[in-house]
Structure formats: structure tokens, C-alpha cells
Write a protein that binds this ligand. Structure first.
Ligand code: TYC
Length: 113
């Protein structure tokens, strides 16, 4: 009986591409998360910002007041972390609400590392 020697790249599952040989677990990449940021300005009333945080981010009055003060003092704060779609919705709601009340309040989103 003669021993069979596989010839180069004739094994059933090996076409010679090394990148296909090292995958052990299936990839389950989680979707990225996005931070929603509120920016300070000199004109938007503090009470308006507190109301925004209560209304669109589900904060209590005390939580909202604390975050508002952080933005006022530091210039910016993360007010929530969401999927891309939810973050976009929150930013849109805040920007629209601020514009309708003629306040220059700015809200943006940024991918979380
Ligand atoms: N700096 C504003 C003021 O003194 C208050 C303020 C807080 C504005 C937070 C925007 O995101 C903001 N009236």
C-alpha cells in the first residue's frame, strides 16, 4: 500500500490562502456606539438646557441640572451613548427644538472608540 502525499493546494479545504486558515470563532462584530455631545454657548438659557435633557434624554431634574452645569463649566459633555440611528434621532430632536425656540444650542454625535 502506498502512502498518499497531498500535493500543494489539493487538500479539500486548503486553496493556499493563509488568511482563510486562522479563523477559529465566527465573527460577531458589534455595531459601533455613538456619544451624543451637548456644547456650551453664551445665550441658551440654563433652564432650556435642563428641559432638553429631561425631555429627550430621560433625565431627572437633578441629573439634568448637573449635566447642564458640567457643559456650562467645561464647554461640552456626553449626554448619552446610543446606536447610530438613535443618536442621529436625538441630535435631530435637540437641534430642531433649539432652532424652533431660537436658541443657538448645539448638539453633535461622535463615534465611541
Ligand atoms: N452658558 C449658558 C448660559 O450661561 C448655559 C448653557 C449650558 C448653554 C449648557 C448651553 O449646552 C449648554 N446661559
Amino acid at each position: 500500500m502506498t502512502e498518499h502525499k497531498w500535493m500543494m493546494s489539493d487538500k479539500p479545504d486548503d486553496d493556499g490562502d493563509p488568511s482563510l486558515l486562522v479563523q477559529t470563532r465566527p465573527k460577531t462584530k458589534r455595531p459601533p456606539l455613538y456619544k451624543v455631545l451637548l456644547l456650551n454657548d453664551d445665550y441658551t438659557p440654563m433652564e432650556f438646557v435642563v428641559h432638553v435633557l429631561e425631555r429627550f434624554f430621560g433625565m431627572t431634574h437633578a441629573e439634568a441640572f448637573e449635566i447642564m452645569l458640567t457643559v456650562h463649566k467645561k464647554g461640552v459633555a456626553v449626554v448619552g451613548v446610543f446606536s447610530h440611528e438613535i443618536a442621529e434621532t436625538k441630535v435631530g430632536q435637540v437641534m430642531d427644538f433649539a432652532r424652533r425656540h431660537q436658541h443657538p444650542l448645539q448638539c453633535t454625535m461622535e463615534r465611541e472608540e
